[in-house]
Design a protein around this ligand. Structure first.
Ligand SMILES: Nc1ncnc2c1ncn2[C@@H]1O[C@H](COP(=O)(O)OP(=O)(O)OP(=O)(O)O)[C@@H](O)[C@H]1O
Length: 871
């Protein structure tokens, strides 16, 4: 599109009329080389228009540049976009009269951004599109052209690095927030003028309208004359739980029965961030995947000895796949954690070198990092583990920002680091810290997302989303035998995953960023000192107390945890100094000695503080609750009981749900597909090639052995084989026949069978009822007789007592006392000696009993008489 008299043409390769109509964005081709840095900073002052032009539609995409040497498009960062928008000063921009017809965006951009367009415009031969700064003049219309731009961005050439920043400038996602909206960019006066011109409001109302139109919010940056268009905040968290779950659910974790393979030596891997198109790489990997060295062309220019020598580590990664890094570095530590060892995994490196990418993954969840993979494997491990064990998993998430420890799951907490003498000499404790019990990977991802939303991130010169704090995501695993016994071993282990903030050389950003950068550098320096002290042959004083970071790492670095470190490098030649610093750190930490052991306690839980034996405490509480429920149910008459039982039962269920039984498949919702047989046999495609080859070799050997065994087996003679087949045939036929008979019986005769059975059972029931009745009558008779006898017995005892006492009285009064009356003499042999005092001379009465008149025992009628007498 020509802009008459505007003198802002900046390129010669603008799109033709057809492209314009289709709404393509023109990428300008500078006719001269890139302007100097100084000149490029000159604010762009568009020349006033001379005659109306068509309105211009805003673009909902980042700005694009095109280098003379490669003609690639490159997205600018959000901050650049903001600057671009900020340069659209209303005072300097003419108003365009709207004209009907297709609205086309013309984003004219030069290698240094749109503001250099003015400089290029001075070349009279170059006339092309209006620079992007004029976008603010357009009326808001649906941004159709942006669609084609977005499409061209994904299909087109890979974006390149921003020349202004030596670090990687990641491609900002296409978001509607990048759209330059006129109402945001124009002053009220200009907005009103535009409306008057367009006939939306009459001229006489313009003053009133101007007062009513709100002013755009303008944010001024220190030292910058540019205005900034406010943009909606970034989404709370960059974790998309669903896609993350989907990506990591295809885990190929196979739990080893023991942990003998794992080593105590610190595992150090180096990861070189892949270069972008047209970005140079300062490093080469000369032999295999365990070493890297500075490119000879670069090392020669440096005046330092030994710079051309290779660095050797446990592994050097160069690609973008997190799966490989995870499988070789972190997975063994997840194993260790499941077997009761403390484990520490952390990423160290300068800013924008890929630490967060390695630990958390990329923004769109296509490359999940170590944390989500470890979480998934942990739960897989529990499912594959022994059915004898039960587990309790809890997580915490904290950050150290400006030397302040913050609880990311409960930001109102104010945690402090303090010594924990109960757990040993170098043990530290962070409290109060929110810990949450989790039962599934999805639960952990939700907590991660919650923590991410509270985390300090910010844009710096080097990284769009730079971690401004060190974060520590800790998973605590408690387990013991499910069967209660006095000496069941109790294991508590911690898996800590730490994303350190990156070291920064300098920052041109706000004072807050500078303070953050200073604190980050300081704490990384103390970490370096601690590692240096620990790597010395004779470990002396270790300055753990120099920073919060080293204090928090004290537990693990003092030798009680298995450690794996991934040191990330920025491949840029401009960052060689920082990369060398990182490699020196990597070399140093390799010499740190670790003596990790399984954290196991037997029987006596007092060695563990309360926060460390949650599983035991929960089980204890469940035992108490069960006893209470049983007691309440035994006393059903209480009125409040149903409610109480319900409350206790719900607490019981709640606690029970938190404890994970080992060796059980995860709930349906958690599994997207069953584990493939290859995975079950230990073949994982995440494994590095040598490991897969080794496993394959072992499997081939096993196959050969089995084949040999098969060949050596005695084969049956032909006749025997025939006989066997015939026998099988016969049996199959028989089975079939029997099945047919059974089917016929169940189908044809159900009614008859039912009647017979009913009749038979009716008779049996009647007989049983009659017997019961008879027994009940007999029982009633017996109990009536018993009652009668009891009464008679009581009467007799009373009578005997009365007679005895009268006899004793008479004896005391007279020597010739009369003999005992007949009743007493009858019962005398049955009375206790005290009762028959003075009756020794009486004739011994014969043994009497009920219904035995011949034997002289007391008959039924005697008893009745006796009872009458007594009454
Ligand atoms: N191996 C890799 N493959 C592809 N892209 C990568 C890789 N490593 C890093 N990146 C990209 O580089 C950019 C910076 O990475 P990241 O944010 O992880 O750096 P960082 O070291 O955590 O930085 P900071 O310390 O500032 O937080 C991101 O956009 C990320 O997607």
């Amino acid at each position: 599109m020509d802009v008459d008299g505007a003198n802002v043409g900046v390129g010669t390769a603008g799109p033709g009329a057809q492209e314009r109509a289709a709404g393509f964005v023109s990428i300008t081709e500078p006719g001269i080389g890139p302007p100097s840095q100084k000149k490029s900073r000159t604010p762009f002052m568009p020349t006033p228009r001379k005659r109306p032009v068509r309105p211009i539609v805003p673009v909902s995409s980042p700005a694009w540049t095109k280098r003379p040497e490669d003609f690639h498009m490159k997205p600018l960062s959000d901050s650049t976009m903001t600057n671009v928008a900020g340069r659209m000063s209303p005072q300097k921009t003419p108003v365009h009269t709207p004209v009907a017809g297709p609205r086309v965006v013309r984003a004219a951009v030069t290698p240094d951004g749109p503001h250099t367009a003015a400089r290029h415009a001075k070349a009279p031969s170059m006339r092309a599109t209006r620079p992007a700064t004029s976008l603010s003049l357009s009326r808001p219309v649906p941004p159709q052209p942006a669609t084609s731009l977005a499409a061209s961005r994904t299909d087109g050439p890979v974006p390149q690095e921003r020349p202004a920043s030596p670090a990687l400038s990641p491609m900002p996602p296409i978001r509607p927030v990048d759209m330059v909206h006129p109402s945001q960019a124009m002053s009220p006066a200009r907005t009103v003028r535009a409306k008057v011109t367009e006939g939306i409001i009459p001229n006489r109302h313009r003053n009133h309208e101007a007062r009513a139109t709100p002013k755009p919010r303008v944010e001024r940056r220190a030292g910058s004359p540019l205005r900034r268009i406010p943009r909606p905040p970034l989404p709370d968290s960059r974790i998309d739980i669903l896609s993350l779950q989907h990506q990591v659910s295809d885990s190929s974790f196979v739990l080893e029965q023991d942990d003998t393979q794992a080593t105590d030596a610190v595992q150090v891997h180096v990861r070189l961030r892949p270069t972008h198109p047209n970005e140079e790489c300062a490093w080469v990997t000369p032999s295999g995947s365990a070493s890297l060295m500075l490119d000879p062309s670069i090392s020669e220019t440096k005046m330092q000895p030994n710079l051309g020598m290779p660095f050797y580590f446990d592994h050097v990664h160069t690609g973008s796949s997190n799966a490989n890094v995870y499988a070789t570095l972190a997975r063994p530590l997840v194993h260790s954690a499941l077997h009761g060892y403390n484990a520490l995994i952390f990423a160290y490196g300068q800013t924008a070198s890929g630490k967060t990418f390695t630990l958390s993954g990329d923004d769109d969840g296509r490359e999940p990092g170590m944390i989500p993979r470890a979480v998934n494997d942990l739960f897989q491990g529990i499912c594959q583990g022994s059915a004898q064990r039960e587990y309790l998993i809890r997580v915490s998430y904290l950050e150290i920002w400006n030397e302040i420890v913050r609880d990311l799951l409960e930001p109102t907490n104010q945690p402090h680091v303090r010594d924990d003498r109960r757990r040993g000499a170098n043990a530290v404790l962070v409290a109060p810290l929110h810990e949450e019990v989790v039962t599934s990977p999805a639960g952990v991802f939700k907590l991660l997302a919650r923590g991410e939303a509270n985390r300090h991130m910010g844009a710096t010169d080097w990284n769009e989303r730079s971690s401004r704090s060190h974060t520590c995501f800790k998973i605590t695993i408690e387990s013991w035998d499910r069967e209660p016994s006095a000496m069941r071993p109790y294991r508590v282990s911690e898996l800590s995953l730490i994303d350190l903030a990156g070291s920064e050389r300098h920052s041109t950003h706000t004072s807050q960023r500078r303070t953050e950068g200073g604190n980050i550098n300081k704490s990384l320096l103390s970490l370096g000192k601690v590692i240096f002290a620990l790597s010395e042959k004779n470990v002396g004083h270790v300055p753990y107390r120099d920073s919060k970071l080293t204090r928090i790492l004290q537990n693990s670095l003092s030798g009680r945890a298995r450690i794996a470190v991934v040191c990330t490098l920025n491949p840029s030649p401009a960052m060689v100094e920082e990369s060398l610093g990182t490699l020196n750190f990597a070399r140093r930490i390799k010499h740190v000695r670790v003596r990790a052991s399984i954290n196991e306690f037997e029987g006596d839980m007092s060695a563990l503080d309360e926060s460390h034996a949650l599983l035991a405490r929960y089980r204890e509480e469940m035992g108490t609750l069960r006893a209470q429920v049983a007691r309440l149910e035994a006393h059903k008459s209480r009125e409040s009981q149903p409610l109480t039982v319900e409350a206790l039962q719900s607490r019981l269920d709640e606690l029970g749900a938190l404890i994970l039984p080992g060796g059980q498949a995860p709930p349906e919702s958690e599994v997207s597909h069953p584990i493939s047989p290859t995975k079950q046999r230990g073949f994982t495609f995440d494994d590095p090639l040598p490991v897969v080859q080794e496993k394959l070799h072992a499997a081939l050997q096993k196959i050969q052995r089995l084949e040999r065994q098969l060949a050596a087996r005695l084969s049956l003679p032909m006749s025997a084989s025939n006989e066997k087949d015939e026998r099988i045939q016969y049996l199959l036929q028989r089975i079939q026949e029997l099945e047919t008979v059974c089917e016929a019986q169940t189908v044809d005769a159900p009614q008859a069978i039912r009647e017979d059975v009913e009749l038979e059972w009716l008779e049996r029931v009647e007989a049983a009822e009659a017997a019961t009745r008879k027994r009940e009558a007999f029982l009633a008779e017996i109990s009536a007789e018993c009652a009668r006898l009891r009464r008679a017995n009581e009467a007799l005892v009373r009578l005997a007592h009365a007679q005895t006492s009268s006899m004793v009285t008479q004896l005391a009064e007279r020597q010739d006392a009369p003999r005992a009356p007949p009743v007493l003499s009858i019962f005398a042999p049955r009375l206790r000696p005290a009762t028959v005092l003075g009756t020794q001379r009486a004739q011994a009465a014969p043994d009497i009993s009920i219904d035995d008149e011949s034997s002289g025992r007391l008959s039924s009628s005697d008893i009745d008489d006796l009872l009458l007498d007594a009454e």
